[in-house]
Design a protein around this ligand. Structure first.
Ligand SMILES: [Zn+2]
Length: 101
């Protein structure tokens, strides 16, 4: 292990409170932003701690609350990126090519 690798951080999902492990991404030299709610919403408020959301809640927002998804995530590029993450299985589990009945 190189010195550049940092310990993963633990946050509670802002919605369901389950613990989220936020991994250090060596290639980016930063912590993973996929569960960082402030990253997706571009919340610039000064807060004591960042807000994180778990994969399951992101999936639910994406699939079940399409209107809210657009309202909450205003940046179109980020909305598209989040869609790619979900479709590629970066967020949640990759969906099977053939959907089960
Ligand atoms: Zn959650």
């Amino acid at each position: 292990m190189s010195n550049n690798v940092k310990k993963s951080l633990k946050f509670n999902c802002l919605r369901c409170k389950q613990v989220i492990n936020v991994k250090w991404v060596k290639g980016e030299g930063n912590y993973s932003s996929k569960n960082n709610w402030d990253y997706w919403t571009e919340n610039k408020e000064n807060k004591k701690s960042p807000s994180y959301i778990c994969d399951e809640c992101l999936l639910e927002l994406y699939y079940r609350y399409k209107k809210e998804f657009k309202i909450l995530i205003k940046n179109v590029k980020k909305r598209n990126l989040l869609g790619v993450y979900i479709n590629e299985g970066v967020i949640g589990v990759k969906r099977p090519f053939f959907l089960p009945e």
